[in-house]
Design a protein around this ligand. Structure first.
Ligand code: XMP
Length: 505
């Protein structure tokens, strides 16, 4: 790789990948590598800087992830973030102890120099830590502190080594971008990397992985699988067949609209409704549901592949699907995304190819625009692979899917009549497994409670519930209770992510 590169060493933090993409947004190539990378391996990149990510462990524990100490002597600029900040302090003999801060916090910038150059005296930042750096040796200088964190940022006096306790990579840290710009200039990096380079590389990679073979792409009509399909089709042409599985949990009109959008591709639509409902009978646990759906998807794909002689499965898996499924050693599992942790351990494919596996949704959107995909696909709200099945809490039945499909249509229609649709990341209905008493036409009614969820987000790793005007919520609620006889009550979900996730299951 000829581009100047900043490596992000991954210590398992939920936001580690965001660091790499923030750097890439600034035109500098950045890649995530495991934290136990060796100095020799580092030399195989054109490395101009190293960032140590956050992570859930406690640096002073024996079993916590370590950094090869020789990396600190390579004279490459290093920035430690959160866990990385504490790790540097610990490795140089500083003291780490309990000290918690979560969420938006104010820090006092004591010295606005180097990485903190251009920051004001008081800055709003995003913290998420249970330990703090309590003291640091003479050769370091403290650059910032907060109420509960005496050493919130530091620099080494003679080496380009820095640490910040907060997360400059999340959008809640107002001047996070400036910290990265400062670090990039400390690293002396050329900003000559572009998204187009990535597209070329992905096409090349798919071509190399598949060789002369045939592949199927798991198409859901969402932006991720559509972009993966476009990339794969540029890589292997008509040796690619798209497979759309109708599991019975699609939104109203969805199968037809996907068929229409992909009419110029080899496309097979499999009606698998019966087998999915059958498999989910009596299943209440959300993780089990996701795993069953993930496995059934793969079984359908295997059957189609056998028929057409394809050995490879291509999926539009993106980075957040993997991180939340807990694919890394030191990160925590949040939920099993159907296309990651839902994949059974034995599959009949030579390989599963995932060209978008390191990207975030909004990066995928940018690529979609560059590839010229239709607007309706680029701006479609994300829809999970397991579909409405994870929006019915508890056991999935045809009756419940029918109810939630109607409610989903109403929510979409009402939001899409307004300008809100361009601001919202996702808006949908959830069928709770709570029943409640109501009164319809002067008669007692006992029926379901539907929850409405609408969130704003930049990349789905964090999200805020949307402050939808009451007038719109009222219209949604009135229509749902009028048009769906089984529903007596509608509630609005006012929880951010974290602590909630976007989907309820
Ligand atoms: P959560 O609920 O984890 O969702 O906050 C983050 C984003 O991912 C979507 N999502 C999924 N997408 N397969 C998918 O393809 C899944 O199993 C899955 N689960 C959640 C969710 O809609 C949101 O955009």
């Amino acid at each position: 790789m000829s581009y100047d590169t900043i490596l992000v060493l991954d210590f398992g933090g939920q936001y580690a990948h965001l660091i790499a993409r923030r750097i890439r947004e600034k035109g500098v190539y950045s890649e995530i590598v495991p934290h136990d990378i060796t100095p020799e391996e580092i030399k195989s990149f054109n490395v101009k800087g190293i960032i140590l990510s956050g992570g859930p462990a406690c640096v002073i524990n024996e079993s916590s992830p370590k950094l090869n100490p020789k990396i600190l002597e390579m004279n490459i600029p290093i920035l430690g973030i959160c866990y990385g900040h504490q790790l540097i302090a610990h490795m140089f003999g500083g003291k780490i102890g309990p000290g918690k801060e979560y969420g938006a916090t104010y820090v006092v910038i004591d010295k606005p120099v180097d990485i903190l150059s251009g920051l004001s005296k008081r800055e709003k930042v995003w913290m998420s830590h249970s330990d703090s750096v309590l003291s640091i040796p003479e050769e370091f200088e403290v650059l910032a502190h907060s109420k509960n964190c005496p050493i919130a940022a530091f620099k080494h006096k003679n080496k380009p080594i820095y640490g910040v306790q907060w997360h400059p990579e999340v959008i809640h840290t107002i001047k996070g971008g400036l910290i990265f710009t400062n670090f990039i200039s400390i690293c002396n990096c050329q900003a000559n990397w572009k998204m187009e380079n990535l597209i070329e590389r992905m096409i090349e990679d798919v071509r190399n992985e598949i060789g002369n073979g045939k592949a199927i792409i798991a198409l859901s009509g969402g932006i991720d699988s559509s972009v993966a399909a476009a990339i794969a089709s540029r890589a292997i042409g008509d040796r690619l067949t798209a497979v759309l599985v109708d599991h019975g949990f699609m939104r109203e009109g969805e199968i037809e609209s996907i068929k229409n959008a992909f009419k110029n591709m080899n496309l097979i639509v499999v009606d698998a409704k019966g087998r999915f409902f059958e498999k989910l009978k009596g299943v209440f646990d959300p993780e089990l549901k996701r795993k069953i759906i993930g496995e059934e998807f793969v079984r359908v794909f295997e059957e189609v592949s056998k028929e057409i002689g394809a050995e490879f499965l291509i999926q539009g898996t993106i980075y957040p699907d993997r991180i939340e499924s807990g694919f890394r050693r030191h990160s925590d599992k949040i939920k099993s995304h159907h296309n990651v942790a839902g994949i059974p351990s034995r599959v009949k494919f030579k390989k599963i190819v995932e060209p978008l596996k390191d990207l975030y949704k909004d990066e995928v959107r940018k690529i979609a625009l560059m590839l010229g995909l239709p607007r309706e696909i680029v701006h479609r709200q994300p829809f999970p692979g397991p579909g409405l099945a994870v929006r019915v809490i508890g056991e999935v039945t045809e009756e419940k899917i029918d109810i939630i499909r109607k409610a989903d249509r109403i929510v979409r229609e009402e939001i899409e009549r307004t300008k809100l649709k361009d601001k919202l990341w996702q808006y949908f209905a959830v069928l709770t497994n709570v029943k409640s008493t109501g009164v319809k036409g002067d008669v007692r009614a006992y029926g379901y409670v539907i929850a409405i969820r609408a969130v704003e987000s930049a990349e789905a790793m964090t999200a805020n519930f949307a402050r939808i005007p009451y007038k719109i919520l009222e219209r949604i609620s009135t229509r749902i209770t009028n048009e769906i006889p089984e529903v007596v009550r509608v509630v609005y979900d006012i929880t951010h992510k974290p602590p909630a996730t976007i989907e309820w299951e």
